[in-house]
Ligand binder design. Structure first.
Ligand SMILES: [Zn+2]
Ligand SMILES: [Zn+2]
Length: 308
């Protein structure tokens, strides 16, 4: 497994990507402004956690070779303090981004004030216990349906991202050929063809162009076969296709007609500014709309490809 070193600090990359989207596609400016503060806060929280003495799961070779992600089956309670602090700091910005009504805000604010509830949400997310979100939303009587899951994922992200950043390199020593994340087990939201790498002295290190999938939850990037569908592994040329708009060939969707899914993709070799891949998705919604109109399913449902 190969590993991409992230060159710019996350917060700087988030800022640059938001600015770039607003400049290039003014129609997405409103979304960039609405969700920008959330992305910036997540990046800051992750950067702070990387510097703290964070409890790290052990990279167990036998687990990885059995195709079990690092965090699968782990007890989330070792990070209760972090989750609770993040939930407290993040909730006002989440409520604003999601445009939650006052009643829902009050209910959720009270619910998240109990550390056991916050821990329960994080544990349910890593265990893939989707029923927990459904049942809890029903019990609390909140809407929209996806709010609780979205909030929980955002609260988990800084901790999981920090773990991915701290352990990515040791993880990269092990082979991992799956289409889901070796850190947290989530599916990818976007892929990239890696950028050209040069040293300080302008010596070429790598011509780039290697395919990496980007985790929809923790943001870890892991190497994947270039000519295969990340959802089903299909590598036949006849049933896979690429779509892009006009001349913007480096921003595209990889379509698999065998399983009916698509995945966003950016060729970093063609980017003037290397985008932060979570934020970059705001600038690619026209590709999601195209895919939706062509009856394709996103490899991972996200707030961007599910917006009406
Ligand atoms: Zn992940
Ligand atoms: Zn497929």
């Amino acid at each position: 497994m190969e590993f991409i070193m992230k060159s710019a600090p996350a917060r700087k990359a988030v800022e640059a990507t938001l600015e770039n989207i607003k400049k290039r596609i003014p129609a997405y400016g409103e979304l960039a402004d609405r969700f920008g503060p959330l992305f910036l806060l997540k990046a800051s929280l992750c950067e702070a956690l990387v510097k703290e003495p964070l409890v790290l799961p052990e990279v167990v070779a036998s687990k990885i070779s059995a195709e079990v992600p690092l965090l699968a089956g782990e007890d989330m309670s070792v990070w209760t303090k972090e989750f609770v602090e993040i939930a407290d700091k993040m909730f006002p910005i989440l409520a604003e981004s999601l445009k939650l009504d006052k009643k829902t805000q009050d209910i959720l604010h009270e619910y998240l004030a109990d550390p056991d509830n916050v821990l329960g949400l994080a544990q349910a997310r890593i265990d893939g216990n989707w029923k927990h979100f459904e049942n809890t939303s029903k019990q609390l009587g909140i809407s929209p349906d996806h709010a609780l899951l979205y909030i929980s994922e955002n609260v988990c992200t800084p901790v999981f991202s920090a773990i991915a950043e701290l352990l990515g390199k040791s993880l990269s020593l092990h082979s991992w050929e799956q289409g889901n994340c070796p850190v947290c087990g989530s599916s990818p939201s976007i892929s990239q063809l890696s950028p050209v790498e040069v040293t300080d002295l302008d010596n070429l290190v790598s011509g780039g162009g290697k395919k990496f999938l980007h985790c929809s939850l923790c943001g870890h990037d892991w190497r994947f076969k270039r000519n295969a569908c990340a959802a089903c592994g299909n590598d036949e040329n006849e049933s896979r296709e690429i779509f892009y708009v006009d001349d913007v060939k480096h921003e595209r969707i990889d379509v698999c007609h065998k399983c009916g899914t698509y995945c966003l993709s950016i060729d970093m070799r063609e980017c003037d500014v290397i985008p932060q891949l979570d934020v970059a998705q705001i600038g690619l919604i026209h590709l999601d709309i195209y895919a939706h109109n062509n009856k394709l399913r996103p490899i991972t449902p996200t707030i961007w490809n599910s917006l009406d």
